[in-house]
Write a protein that binds this ligand. Structure first.
Ligand SMILES: *Cc1c(COP(=O)(O)O)cnc(C)c1O
Length: 398
């Protein structure tokens, strides 16, 4: 006897819904924010330096530039590398739109590379096929937190004189061959949105080891205005003088957000371990179900998992992905789909990108969903997620 699904009128696994991601804020975080708010400066103050030093320490990078969000980090990364109209930038096809939008902000052309069917990270062979004389950079995403194939990508970049931007929005805390993400690519970008591993509400950062790139990142963050005489074109008029040397933006983060993030980063290892623990439980439960495929892990990546994705084996299930998704939702477990291939958004379709461009990404998109995965999940919530997946798999088993 299989249980009647909630969507067909059966008893749901749980009554109050849980979602795929959620921030994990404790009283220390609250105290840190309150302290910063009552300090001398709430923006451009001392917490920014402290945060950037901490990000350097955690990532092993020489320089960090904290900004208002992960998209701003991607934008100034492209600007700092001089990406402009006429350039092509190769971008992972399964990612959040911002990984490609940053290229468009600069007037350049995103060229989408397909993904690997097992890890869902960018397919290095397809990257090679998509290089032209116009290619200037690659934006590779550490999708779900697992490091992309950085050695291979760096080798390609070296051979073809390209820059590597690593979109590490999912992967703070991840190591690649023992080296923390953030110190490997030309520029690594982070996001601290509430669903990410650590949060500042909204927030982001770039890290780099190159002092010239660092200076440009810092300028683009703050209007292109500087007090650094070595960067100015004109003579200083006096102690008040600052000079705008290029067209930048206001992409600054506030001190109270920085204080929150510093407090969150103190817990990164704990969050990371808990994420690894939950992944193990899910892997054990779902690994023995032939109806589901799990993401392949590569030995080079010691992963702080951000998303947990199940992929349906359509040969063994009589339901569509949509039916599975809606059945989960009815059981009180709200999944999400990460992501529609970027070029399938109407904005990109209207630019002329066509269906069929990245067949593996498109086929993967049709069968995946992300299930609740964050450190604050309780054991009974984890058990409920497993129970709901099992219940639906059993019901639709062919
Ligand atoms: C979240 C995310 C971003 C953008 O970060 P924001 O802080 O929301 O602007 C960029 N790339 C990926 C892969 C993301 O998941």
């Amino acid at each position: 006897m299989v249980d009647k699904l909630a969507i067909l009128g059966g008893e749901p696994v749980r009554k109050d819904k849980i979602f795929y991601g959620k921030q994990c804020i404790d009283e220390h975080d609250v105290e840190a924010v309150v302290k910063a708010l009552t300090g001398s400066a709430i923006t451009c103050g001392p917490y920014i330096d402290e945060l950037e030093n901490k990000l350097c320490k955690i990532t092993g990078a020489k320089y960090a530039v904290a900004v208002s969000n992960g998209t701003a980090a991607l934008h100034i990364a492209c600007l700092a590398l001089g990406i402009e109209e006429g350039d092509e930038v190769i971008v992972s096809s399964i990612t959040f739109a911002a990984s490609a939008n940053c290229v468009r902000y600069c007037g350049a052309t995103p060229v989408f590379a397909d993904i690997r069917p097992d890890t869902y990270n960018i397919d290095v062979e397809d990257v090679k096929r998509k290089i032209t004389d116009k290619t200037k950079a690659i934006v590779a995403v550490d999708f779900t937190g697992q490091a992309t194939e950085l050695d291979e990508l760096r080798k390609i970049c070296k051979e073809h004189n390209l820059y590597l931007i690593e979109d590490a929005a999912h992967s703070i805390g991840t190591k690649y061959n023992g080296q923390p993400v953030g110190s490997i690519a030309d520029i690594t970008t982070f996001s601290f949105h509430p669903v990410k591993t650590v949060t500042s509400g909204e927030g982001g950062a770039c890290t780099t080891n190159d002092p010239k790139i660092y200076k440009r990142l810092a300028l683009f963050r703050s209007h292109g205005i500087t007090r650094d005489q070595s960067v100015m074109q004109n003579e200083s008029h006096g102690p008040w003088y600052n000079e705008q040397v290029m067209l930048g933006y206001n992409y600054r983060i506030t001190d109270f957000q920085a204080a929150l993030l510093i407090s969150q980063l103190d817990k990164l290892e704990r969050f990371s371990n808990r994420r690894k623990e939950i992944k193990k439980m899910y892997d054990a439960a779902f690994g023995e179900m032939p109806e589901l495929y799990l993401q392949t892990t590569i030995p080079e990546s010691d992963t702080t998992q951000h998303l947990y994705i199940i992929r349906l084996n359509s040969d063994k299930l009589s339901c569509t992905r949509r039916e599975f998704f809606e059945a989960m939702s009815a059981e009180g477990i709200q999944p999400q789909v990460h992501y529609l291939p970027v070029y399938r958004h109407s904005y990109y379709e209207n630019l002329g990108y066509k269906k069929g461009l990245c067949p593996v990404a498109e086929a993967t998109y049709e069968t995946i969903m992300s299930i609740p995965f964050y450190p604050a999940l309780t054991q009974s919530e984890i058990d409920d997620v497993i129970k709901a997946v099992k219940k639906i798999v059993e019901y639709y088993r062919k």
